[in-house]
Design a protein around this ligand. Sequence first.
Ligand code: USQ
Length: 400
Amino acid sequence: MKILILGMDGYIGWSLALSQLNFGNQVCGIDNYSRRKCVEEVGSWSAMPILPMSKRLEILRKKYGDKISFYEGNLVDSQFTNDIIKKFKPDAIVHLAEQPSAPYSMIDQQHCLYTQNNNVTGTLNVVYAMRKHAPKAHLVKLGTMGEYGYGNDIDITEGFMEIEFRGKKALIPYPKMAGSWYHWTKVHDSNNIMFACKLWNLTSTDIMQGIVYGTRTDEISHDALHTRFDFDEVFGTVINRFCAQAVIDHPLTVYGKGRQTRGFLALEDSIQCLSILINNPPQVGEYRVVNQFDEQYNVRELAEHVKNVGNKKGLDLEIESIENPRVEKEEHYYKADHEKLKQLGFKATRHIDDQISMMLDDLVQYKDRILAKKDAIVQVVKWNDGIKQSVVNPTIPRKN
Ligand code: USQ
């Protein structure tokens, strides 16, 4: 198969490229290196050094020859997006090329606008280019579990739900109640892709993915193949941050009560899910939604896992509850379906404690690099500048 990976230089994009090449597929990657630049902007870097793309490609070409190609460019440039899709004629387009950080989108108006424009315009350019040059391709789009929001009083279904209203039944998209400007971009993308499928008979899988963690996949067999690993306040995600904090004896930073519950997935298993979806496209013209995560934990439980695994390695770790810089529920009901991938054959292969153990072993080798950017660990992005929250959700009308 011909697989176009949008965002090949990223955490998941690079790991996916290695795996798809290993399967014998032809891979074309694109990236504008915005992740490297944005992480630098917030004063950090990847804990494990990653090679520049030119060197990454040298390594891949030695093993896979012309099965790998790469173009630097930006999806917001519609000409570029058109040209790539026209030239490569992909069977599947895996779209990972978005600004992925909620805190980054919350820094200020400029960062909000950048995130919204980059993500929404980029995706619209992709569907327009598909319509023109690859209408039969399968768009595998990375959305997020955060599109549904956290703190729903009812279970979360996979994309659509049945309702009965005033005596009639209907299947409707599950309500979206995202919690950051970034998460809202994914909602806008979902709506736009659903509409494009209806309008032009395009085929897409929209993946509501949970939080991915880990330092490696099976294909990352030596240091030169490392994927990036962020631990700063803005781009690092919670388990990865806790592991990086652990190896430098920094207290594990639990925001608020720490009862925020999320779905989690090891990097290796995220790649497994993407491969399953690529190999099992939906019907032509279908807009399919899958919830992609393995297990759910709250943030405090995760900190306990990292602490316990760390203790066994002789690390004396402290869990610190700090003021929550975000506007989010710190305790809530959470139950989300995640059956479709299992029906397609997904089986989790990684246990969280084994992964944490491996991450600690990997990261300890780069302790000096994490220490060098220690200041970037502390949270400074405040989501609402301290504006007090109303007890009643202001977006829901009060009853008189
Ligand atoms: N948190 C802490 N301490 C920290 C960092 C985070 O308690 O040091 C808490 C946050 O307050 C939040 C939870 O951990 O309640 C998750 O935060 P996160 O930074 O790990 O993840 P999030 O901002 O939700 O975003 C990440 C990815 C995003 C993806 C999303 C999936 O950056 O691209 O869409 O996870 S999900 O969370 O399911 O929406």
